[in-house]
Design a protein around this ligand. Structure first.
Ligand code: ATP
Ligand code: MG
Length: 263
């Protein structure tokens, strides 16, 4: 692909983004690209800065340095509501559904910028097709759903805005392996069937690498590695530190070293 063709395909681009909480520099010069129709992932352990990246993209945090471009437009530090209107939805860490509203009303909240009532009704049916349990619980308070069901609702609520890009913050958090697998399968279906571009951040490297096309590894606020997920899965460092595989063979002693050397 030529450079022009690639830039045409770039839905989201971060250039040298730095965000901080007071004196704590949570992300330090992060650059990444997400291509149209892709699932991209940022892998990183506790406190690496994954949530901070997503909050910076969706305008919840203003970066100290760098730019965020969405569909070719500079959205750096814009109002979060404006960013949603441009087609970028954020499914936050810990789901954050409205516990005292019904499942259906939570979905309607996701569509609050839309005025096409018939379209909204159709989209509610279409998210119920992805997550049939939500149809059964449509009238129930969202706070009574299980953690996994709340995750399904949070993803569905984001879909109700008909986004071009969804930011997904650790959908596996607190869920059983079985439920995590189910949710990831549906995320992949949403991507394939609707063409929705997805940026997923995860500690669960195994699930994320299997679901995604391209991956970045984040450590202490910095991207230390990036590649296609097929290639990342084969790297010894990833297998050892993120996939928990100790079959790194002759290099097995590496895990005793304090400092990792990424390559
Ligand atoms: N509101 C805050 N005030 C101060 N420091 C914060 C705040 N939120 C995050 N941090 C710090 O910023 C760094 C990055 O945090 P962040 O939440 O982005 O990490 P994360 O990769 O999402 O971690 P996790 O996997 O645990 O969710 C951490 O050192 C964290 O302690
Ligand atoms: Mg987080």
């Amino acid at each position: 692909m030529s450079e022009a063709a690639i830039s045409e395909q770039v839905v989201l681009e971060l250039a040298n983004v730095e965000s901080a909480y007071g004196p704590i520099r949570a992300i330090r010069g992060v650059s990444l690209k997400v291509l149209r129709g892709q699932i991209a992932t940022v892998l990183g352990s506790n406190g690496a800065g994954k949530t901070t990246i997503l909050k910076t993209i969706s305008g919840i945090i203003d970066p100290r340095k760098g730019q965020v471009h969405f569909r070719g437009r500079d959205i750096t530090a814009q109002d979060p509501a404006l960013i949603v209107q441009q087609g970028l939805s954020h499914v936050p860490e810990g789901r954050e559904v409205f516990p005292l509203l019904s499942v259906r009303d939570n979905l309607l909240m996701g569509a609050y910028t839309r005025s096409d009532r018939d379209g909204v009704a159709r989209d509610i049916e279409s998210v119920f097709d992805y997550f049939p349990i939500l149809r059964e619980r449509a009238a129930q308070d969202a706070g009574l759903l299980s953690g996994g069901q709340q995750q399904m609702l949070a993803i569905s609520r984001a879909l109700m805005a008909q986004p071009e890009l969804i930011l997904l913050d650790e959908p596996s958090l607190g869920l059983s392996p079985k439920l995590t697998k189910e949710i990831f399968e549906i995320v992949v279906r949403i991507n394939r069937e609707r063409g929705t571009t997805i940026l997923l951040v995860e500690q669960n490297a195994n699930m994320a690498l299997n679901a995604s096309d391209y991956g970045y590894v984040l450590e202490n606020g910095r991207i230390v590695m990036e590649d296609s997920c097929d290639r990342l899965r084969e790297k010894d460092d990833i297998r050892e530190f993120y996939l928990g595989m100790k079959d790194a063979g002759v290099r097995g002693e590496r895990r005793w070293k304090k400092k990792k050397n990424w390559r």
